[in-house]
Design a protein around this ligand. Structure first.
Ligand code: SF4
Length: 626
């Protein structure tokens, strides 16, 4: 094939020619979604409670769509779903099971090309226990196919994966146009697609990147055709999307919807604008609605989560979509949520009214920090004033469950005093929940060389309680834990292992002891519904059932209280770790002298809150002047 474009892609053509003669026997392609959990540290009890993620393979569905009409035989394999289904059937799991499932598909399809995508980030990207690395390692050992990798996890260290020869091609960022071009070259199909920059490969000792256009893809095409081979109505039987899909009802089949790609903002720690584009682009509303209608009407989906990073990217388009959802809800009972989050400064009363009418049950909001200097430094299109305004509006929409997201340890430079500002701000915001995450850099130097990214562009949020399958946040020697973390020097930057303990204390005090719904005028029923939803993912945790029991007492719904207390007691009795935690926070006495009336529960909670009042209040420990 003669490349008549102005771009020089000779290295790609030469490399493709070698691969063609070695691997290409047919036009069969297998597109595989990797596991969304760590295969070597699974917790079967949590799996059986449907606590593991089971996201539909939207990314590879888009790639399959992009390759349609090219005479390829494409099969999509959601290895994550099939593995979870296998665990439910056999009541057991070992990582080899996932590889055997994959091998069965390989034997059936006999692919020449395998595409792999992994959407989940885990801190040790190159460990053999990482789901992407495990999968690529297996394919490398088989050495029978051209392997093309993409997705969020890979994009954190493209150079590292190629240097270790884990795949033949690595696709950076948005994949559709790049994969189209790559397939043309690989299959020697005569240049139907324009050359694209951003396909990496390593023909010899040097990393190479394709030369070509850098335009973002035109977003078009619904996923209805690709859904036909996926059992999406069964995903809720083996897992969940997030807390919202569980909150909507564990028996409600769920799916996803996507209107926009990219984001208008340019937050310093976030790779979305770089990898998915800035500002947002959107799919045609009619196509998105057709996809939703198909899922709801023909597949029985009853809850959808918006996977956009910037759902209100274009207010008029978003409103048009929501209006379409309102119309559809006149005929079908379904709900939806936006776990990925809305930008607080874009929230208006009109929008909230639309969300309420359209069956939205809740959303997250990226607050990141309650410290104005740090917030400015994140470059978030938001400030404390805009956040307070959003909070005021939200108090008038109690039907929505709103989660504020905060990051602790920003840029590894955040002082404890600045963290306290975030902690205090959670009470001022009066949202239903505050999700703290520890800032963590997950990538390696190679990506810097290839992409010239700064360190902060390779950061991700990490939940310390998700680091271990038992949900414990181990207390390392020499760090302060429990309420003692409030004794930390506000001017010092806490070490990483100290941040895990700060996370634990902030989460317990903000979301449980000090939650607005457990105070006078709160809505304990809303609180209990949420906490009992989370409890399913953390079966060994005793404070979740304890606070759910307090909430039920406040509601005067006494029937469930003994069972919740029994779970709390059992979990404390069988774990030294949890006993220590309960003692740290004086929860043993609450468990042992549990109030028997609503006023008693209110008094108990008030007494607990008093201990932390100096840090909850605005004039407590501000590290800045406002
Ligand atoms: S953190 Fe959210 S708002 Fe900021 S750039 Fe990323 S997606 Fe956009």
């Amino acid at each position: 094939m003669v490349d008549i474009s102005p771009y020089n892609n000779d290295p790609l053509h030469a490399y493709a020619e070698g691969l063609r003669s070695k691997y290409l026997r047919n036009r069969n392609v297998l597109l595989v979604q990797a596991l969304q959990f760590l295969p070597y540290s699974t917790n079967l009890e949590v799996i059986f409670r449907k606590g593991y993620p089971a996201w539909p393979p939207t990314g590879i569905q888009r790639i399959a769509n992009a390759l349609a009409g090219r005479g390829l035989n494409i099969k999509i394999v959601d290895l994550n779903y099939e593995t979870l289904e296998h665990v439910f059937e056999t009541r057991a799991y070992k990582p080899e099971d996932s590889l055997e499932i994959l091998d069965r598909h390989i034997a059936e399809v006999q692919p020449s090309i395998i595409g792999v995508s992994c959407i989940c980030m885990f801190s040790d990207l190159h460990a053999p226990t990482n789901p992407l690395t495990m999968l690529l390692d297996h394919l490398k050992k088989l050495d029978r196919f051209v392997v093309v990798a993409g997705g969020t996890a890979l994009n954190n260290d493209i150079g590292g994966f190629l240097r270790r020869e884990m795949c033949h091609f690595a696709v950076a960022g948005e994949g559709e146009d790049k994969v189209r071009y790559l397939m043309d070259v690989l299959l020697d199909d005569g240049g139907k697609a324009a050359p694209r920059k951003g396909i990496y490969f390593k023909p010899a000792d040097r990393l190479e990147q394709t030369d070509g256009g850098t335009e973002w893809a035109v977003l078009t095409g619904d996923l209805i055709g690709t859904y036909q081979s996926l059992p999406i109505e069964k995903y809720h039987r083996v897992g969940c999307l997030n807390t919202f899909s569980r909150f909507a009802g564990m028996d409600r089949p769920y799916g996803v919807l996507q209107l926009n790609r990219g984001c208008r903002a340019r937050c310093l720690f976030c790779g979305v604008p770089k990898f998915m584009g800035r500002p947002t682009r959107h799919y045609p509303v009619a196509e998105v609605l057709a996809e939703v209608r198909y899922q709801v009407e023909e597949r029985g989906i009853r809850h959808l989560d918006v996977i956009d990073d910037d759902f209100i990217g274009d207010r008029r388009t978003t409103s048009e979509l929501i209006q379409g959802l309102i119309d559809l809800r006149a005929r079908y009972d379904f709900t939806w949520s936006a776990y990925n989050g809305l930008i607080a400064s874009q929230i208006t009363e009109d929008l909230l009214e639309l969300l309420r009418k359209a069956g939205c049950i809740g959303f997250s909001m990226g607050i990141e920090s309650g410290n104005p200097d740090l917030l400015r430094r994140t470059r978030k299109p938001s400030n404390l004033r805009a956040l307070r305004k959003a909070s005021d509006m939200l108090q008038r929409f109690p039907e929505l469950f709103v989660v504020g997201n905060y990051i602790l340890g920003l840029y590894d430079e955040e002082t404890f005093g600045q963290m306290l500002d975030s902690f205090r701000f959670t009470f001022e915001m009066k949202l239903d929940w505050s999700a703290f995450a520890a800032f963590q850099i997950t990538s390696f130097g190679t990506a810097v060389e290839l992409e010239r990214q700064s360190d902060v562009n390779r950061a991700t949020h990490v939940l310390p309680a998700r680091d271990r399958p038992d949900g414990e946040v181990a207390i390392a020697e020499g760090v302060l834990a429990g309420p003692d973390v409030f004794r930390l020097d506000p001017d010092k930057v806490p070490a990483r292992r100290q941040i895990s303990q700060i996370w634990f204390t902030f989460n317990l005090v903000s979301n449980y002891i000090g939650n607005k719904h457990l105070r006078p005028g709160g809505d304990p029923a809303k609180y209990v519904a949420w906490v009992e939803t989370i409890q399913g993912i953390y079966p060994a945790n005793p404070y979740m059932p304890l606070f759910a029991a307090l909430g039920r007492r406040l509601m005067q719904d006494h029937a469930r209280v003994p069972a919740l207390l029994e779970i709390a007691r059992t979990n404390v009795d069988k774990s030294d770790y949890w006993r220590t935690r309960f003692e740290q926070f004086d929860l043993m006495s609450v468990l042992e002298n549990f109030p028997d009336s609503a006023p008693g529960a209110a008094e108990t909670l008030e007494a607990m809150r008093e201990r932390y009042a100096p840090w909850m209040e605005a004039d407590g420990h501000l590290s800045h002047k406002e």
